[in-house]
Design a protein around this ligand. Structure first.
Ligand code: GLN
Ligand code: ZN
Length: 764
């Protein structure tokens, strides 16, 4: 029995990755220092693996994103990988590749654009370099290529590299996942493209085998999606060939593989399955067995949530698998460990009762080792100690909160009047012009704003001084928005670090780590809270700032909340009760806030749900039950009086297939991303009769470019061909917090001007 782990976080215990790469972008870190730093990180990762598990991939590290690296490897973007300027240009330059959410996670990858005539070749031998570097622990893979002769002289002799017992296997993203997650191909074109990619992957695999790789690790998480039969056949054909080029360990995670039995007769050395989030894999195995000539790499420790693994129960399940299949079983993590922070060791401030119940990436490695001990040697003091918690946890639970959820009746989820009637009342109350203009909530978070927040958090300035500072920011922003002539104003979110962290900090039952950072894209990090107990609002969360902002203007100021689904999606969630109960608890806490905002005279409340789409399960068959509770939770949070207008906001997702689930939310107005996807969102509405109001973003907030009046009018003209003009709102794609003031000012001026022009044209 072996242990195998993969996907260890690249960020480093102290966010070294972020510091090195951003330092390089800012010119504070030289190229040599960057290479040195990254090498040290990779070294550290491999040493950590080696400390706990028997085998692991080499070459998982990337300077930005592995999907980007795959595209370069395959010659889609044939830059010289040693040219880091060109590399980072693709990742974050003016013409950077678009990014989108990676499966149902909050990690964003860079999306390649392909066409049916795209050609591939082995352009960058990154995995080979990584393997050789691992052999030599010297070579950096973003480097000018060294001659093959050098390596042949060194490695292509019958030496230990060929012994097959080396523990590091080169890492690749598989061809199907790469194609499936790229844009520009119709599904019907994928089989032919897979056929085109096969010889290129074959070549890569052969070279790895020749260089001494005992196995090659290939990630194919896209196998967990709904895969049409024609594509299953194409996958089979591809792996029939690839499996002959090198011994492959194929990994599928995030859910089960519907066509698992169809992989059984392929020449694969092993199949890694997610047995935590893909429980149906157990059913497939129960029904079809597992081939005895393959390694079953059982993903049994959770890569996506933090609760310790029940070692005894897991060991029993492994024994069952062994007995049932007769296959060689390896123990592994289910899903890459990068969805977890590095280690609990650093969390000295966590309540002990919580601390002793959780595991991050490093602790997952320890669990794998303990599981192996348990299965091969039996119980030891260490295996026994792992799940022996000492601290009582009753104080995590609130009978009052539980009762509130238990007492919910169907009508508690519904507003008193249907949308059409609310719409009339709200128009009467708000008296907004045709094409009302607004923003999504946040305004530039300048270094000064961040410094003040930090100074307050560390006690350098008093609460009073901080509050005064925030009030001044709000006052200036209200004046600014009035001077622009925006119709619905916001307070600017200056007091918020992060849209989930801010709310979670104000709720009971949710904890914060100090070092639990995850990458959301590139070098951008966030710290997911841990929802461990019953959730309730500790105090009003947004009332003060919102009411203050409203006191400064006659125009409506939107209250701004983060919705229950997004709070859950970007946190670690307790598993002792069903997730919808957690969602309802959060929704009730948010609804308390909604009620108080209404009482205080706030007429419009926006409840952001950017994760509503992303949190959806990978397989369509599971959508109904997910969207049912997700929409219910939103509606519970949003249950306001008919005269209160409820907005929601979503971004950077593929909305095509989910419009009717968005309807289920029963919001009055929805704002969403549209500019970056060049209006794809709008065309989705051509086929769906959406009766409510909608603000498809008229400019992209993730680029510094200032949109022209004409470009904004063009988006508007396009939209009002699809929606009745009375339903249409004018707003940017998303919040403005990552922008500079000198970009925001002209952009919003142009937006207001475009709205005025069209108002004149279409009458109001
Ligand atoms: N109201 C938030 C903001 O403006 C929404 C952010 C988001 O959609 N991710 O920043
Ligand atoms: Zn957004």
């Amino acid at each position: 029995m072996r242990t195998y782990a993969y996907g260890y976080p690249r960020l480093g215990e102290n966010r070294e990755f972020k510091r090195i790469i951003e330092g390089y972008w800012q010119g504070k870190v030289s190229e040599a220092e960057l290479k040195q730093g990254v090498r040290a990180l990779e070294q550290n990762r491999l040493t950590t693996y080696a400390q706990f598990v028997d085998a692991y991939p080499v070459g998982e590290l990337t300077l930005y994103d592995n999907m980007l690296d795959t595209a370069i490897m395959l010659g889609v973007y044939p830059i010289d990988p040693a040219d880091l300027t060109a590399y980072f240009q693709l990742a974050r330059g003016a013409d950077a590749l678009p990014m989108t959410k990676w499966f149902n996670t909050n990690y964003h990858y860079l999306v390649s654009r392909l066409s049916p005539v795209s050609e591939f070749r082995s352009h960058w031998r990154k995995p080979l370099f990584a393997l050789r570097r691992w052999f030599e622990t010297e070579q950096f893979y973003h480097a000018p290529e060294l001659s093959d002769a050098h390596f042949q002289a060194r490695w292509n002799k019958p030496n230990e590299a060929h012994s097959g017992h080396r523990a590091g296997y080169p890492y690749l993203i598989g061809p199907y996942t790469f194609l499936r997650l790229s844009r520009g191909l119709e599904p019907a074109q994928r089989p032919a493209m897979l056929e085109k990619l096969t010889p290129v992957y074959s070549e890569i695999l052969s070279s790895l085998k020749e260089a001494g790789a005992a196995y090659v690790h290939i990630d194919e998480p896209a196998f967990a999606l709904d895969v049409p039969d024609a594509e299953v056949q194409a996958i089979r054909a591809a792996y029939q060939t690839l499996g002959q080029a090198a011994p492959i360990l194929l990994f599928v995670y995030y859910d089960s593989v519907d066509f698992l039995p169809q992989l059984y007769d392929l020449p694969l050395a092993g199949i890694g399955l997610d047995l935590i989030h893909g429980k149906r894999n157990y059913d497939h195995i129960a029904q079809h067995g597992f081939p005895s000539d393959k390694i079953l790499i059982a993903g049994v420790v959770d890569g996506r949530n933090v609760w310790k693994t029940d070692l005894a129960a897991t060991a029993a399940r492994i024994r069952q698998l062994q007995a049932r299949t007769g296959a060689t079983v390896w123990l592994s993590n289910a899903a890459p460990l990068a969805h977890l922070p590095v280690t609990v060791e650093l969390e000295t401030q966590l309540e002990p009762a919580l601390r002793e119940r959780i595991a991050f990436a490093k602790e997952r490695l320890r669990e794998l080792r303990l599981l192996k001990t348990l299965l091969t040697e039996g119980e030891t003091a260490e295996t026994r100690a792992w799940n022996a918690y000492h601290h009582p946890t009753d104080h995590w639970y609130s009978p009052a909160v539980q009762r509130r959820v238990a007492d919910l009746k169907p009508e508690d989820f519904e507003r008193a009047l249907p949308y059409a009637e609310r719409d009339k009342i709200q128009r009467e109350r708000l008296k907004l012009p045709l094409f009302p203009t607004t923003t999504i909530g946040s305004f530039p978070q300048t270094p000064e704003v961040r410094q003040m927040r930090q100074a307050y958090r560390t006690g350098k300035i008093t609460a009073q001084a901080y509050e005064t500072y925030i009030q001044n920011q709000i006052r200036e922003l209200i004046q600014f928005q009035e001077s622009l002539g925006l119709d619905v104003l916001v307070h600017g979110e200056f007091e918020r670090t992060d849209m989930v962290e801010f709310f979670a900090e104000k709720m009971h039952g949710i904890a914060f780590t100090q070092h639990g950072w995850l990458l959301s894209y590139g070098t951008r990090v966030y710290r997911p809270p841990i929802i461990y107990g019953d959730v309730a609002r500790a105090e009003p969360m947004t009332l003060k700032e919102t009411v203050f902002a409203q006191s400064l203007t006659q125009k409506p100021v939107k209250g701004m909340l983060t919705g229950p689904v997004t709070i859950i999606a970007w946190s670690y969630v307790r598993e002792d009760i069903p997730v919808e109960q957690v969602a309802y608890q959060i929704a009730l806490a948010l609804n308390d806030e909604v009620r108080e905002l209404e009482e205080a005279g706030i007429a419009i409340i926006q409840i952001d749900e950017p994760a509503y789409r992303e949190k959806a399960p990978l397989k369509r068959a599971d959508w109904d039950s997910y969207f049912r509770w997700a929409a219910q939770a939103f509606k519970l949070a949003a249950r306001a009086k008919p005269e209160t207008q409820i907005h929601t906001h979503m971004c950077y997702s593929d909305f095509n297939a989910v419009l009717h689930f968005i309807d289920w939310m029963d919001a009055d107005v929805i704002t969403m991303e549209a500019a970056r996807s060049k209006g794809e969102v709008i065309s989705a509405f051509e086929h769906y009769n959406y009766a409510r109001q909608i603000g498809p973003g008229v400019f992209d907030v993730h680029t510094p470019a200032v949109p022209s009046v004409e470009s904004i009018e063009a988006v508007m003209e396009r939209a009002i061909r699809v929606f009745p003009k009375e339903q249409f709102w004018v707003n940017p794609d998303c919040g403005l917090k990552t922008r500079q003031w000198d970009e925001v000012v002209p952009a919003l001026k142009n937006m207001v001007e475009a709205a005025r022009n069209l108002r004149a044209k279409y009458g109001g």
